[in-house]
Design a protein around this ligand. Structure first.
Ligand SMILES: Cc1ncc(COP(=O)(O)O)c(C=O)c1O
Length: 368
């Protein structure tokens, strides 16, 4: 039975009339950039995340870059982050001219190990950028306490975590500012690239908005060098259709994770994801770890079942950093132990019990 890693086609079918309506409305109004749909989406996301502001932008990478830029973080500054994330996290730090400083991760949750952060702080440290990896929040009270003690800014990379909570509070409201991605495969995905920033900070929101619009706050008058990072009206329209379904979809992801946890419990040679009891994880990905990852993934692929390594190589080991002048590669055993051994099983809203049983059958038979 072929089973995709993620099923976006069924999601489209379930909302076809409304999503097709967004396309025809946008075409007939000829309002492609900005406008009421983008404003409405910003208001809806701010409300969803419980923040004062939401600034829409071109993608999640830009959201991170714009936050760093708006905070004035740049050359000579260090930003502490995780090596176990998509490249964009550390790339955004390098893009503003600052240095990403990688701290090891916790086994099981794969999130930044907060107990290791303090040892990495130097006089050049300006910020901490935790990533709520695979849809689970980092232990933010502990992290924020360290940040406060050392006068550091906290920037959440919440690109995989829309809808996740920490002690009842939503991801995106747990630091000074947060970045979200609306890449199609995300829990809330658009029909192309999209992203946004959430924050309670008036100044930061205004600075990020200005930077995303060529450094201008008044048309054709530029007080800074910015970039062009916009969310299209079409994408905002798609997201407005999908947002009311997000909690239900996230609930279905959580239910699917529970099914895997039960069916795979006790499987020898397989580590299941660990969910901390301080919040609700939204299972952007259901990740398992095994020394036999190659064998299991080959068996899944042979049966037409979607799987992929997340992530094949930790960021502190990537050539983009190791080949940089002056880079000292840290030893991060927990992250390194994941290289080539952590991979995703299909987990999406609407996955059936029969599909999950088939995935589990193939995994267990490959494990032997
Ligand atoms: C953790 C993380 N940060 C940043 C990004 C970048 O988002 P985008 O692809 O929208 O630029 C992603 C997206 O894959 C991500 O997963």
């Amino acid at each position: 039975m072929a089973i995709p890693l993620l099923d976006l086609k069924s999601q489209y079918e379930s909302l076809k009339a409304e999503l097709d309506g967004v396309w025809s409305d946008t075409m007939s109004s000829a309002g492609f950039i900005g406008g009421p749909k983008v404003k409405a989406l910003e208001a809806a996301i701010a409300e969803y995340c419980g923040t004062k502001h939401c600034v829409a932008c071109g993608n999640g990478t830009d959201a991170l870059f714009l936050i760093l830029g708006a905070l004035g973080i740049g050359k000579g500054d260090e930003v502490i982050t995780t090596p176990f994330t998509f490249f964009a996290t550390a790339e955004s730090i390098a893009h503003v001219g600052a240095t990403p400083v990688f701290v090891d991760i916790e086994p099981g949750t794969y999130n930044l190990d907060v107990s290791k952060i303090e040892a990495a702080i130097t006089p050049a440290t300006k910020a901490i950028m935790p990533v709520h990896i695979f849809g689970q929040c980092v232990d933010m009270d502990a992290l924020n306490a360290i940040a406060e003690k050392h006068g550091l800014v906290v920037i959440e990379d919440a690109c995989q975590a829309i809808g996740a909570t920490y002690k009842g509070r939503p991801a995106g409201s747990l630091g000074r500012a947060a970045a979200f991605s609306f890449f199609p495969s995300k829990n809330l995905g658009c029909a192309g690239d999209g992203g946004c920033i959430t924050t309670d900070d008036d100044e930061l929101a205004a600075a990020a908005r200005k930077m995303a619009a060529h450094g201008t706050s008044k048309k054709y008058y530029h007080d800074a060098i910015g970039v062009n990072s916009r969310l299209d009206a079409l994408q905002a329209g798609v997201l407005l259709v999908k947002l009311p379904h997000l909690d239900e979809w996230n609930g279905q992801r959580r239910a699917a994770a529970t099914v895997y946890n039960e069916l795979l419990a006790g499987a020898e040679g397989l580590e299941l994801p660990v969910e901390r009891d301080y919040g609700e994880m939204v299972y952007h990905l259901y990740i398992v770890k095994s020394a036999s990852a190659d064998k299991i993934m080959a068996a899944l692929s042979a049966e037409g079942i979607g799987t992929a390594l997340y992530y094949p190589l930790s960021l502190h080991e990537q050539a983009a950093f190791t080949e940089r002048e002056g880079y000292t590669r840290p030893t991060l055993p927990s992250a390194e132990s994941c290289d080539g051994s952590t991979f995703a099983l299909p987990c999406f809203p609407g996955i059936t019990q029969a599909q999950q049983e088939e995935v589990v059958r193939v995994v267990l038979s490959a494990l032997g």
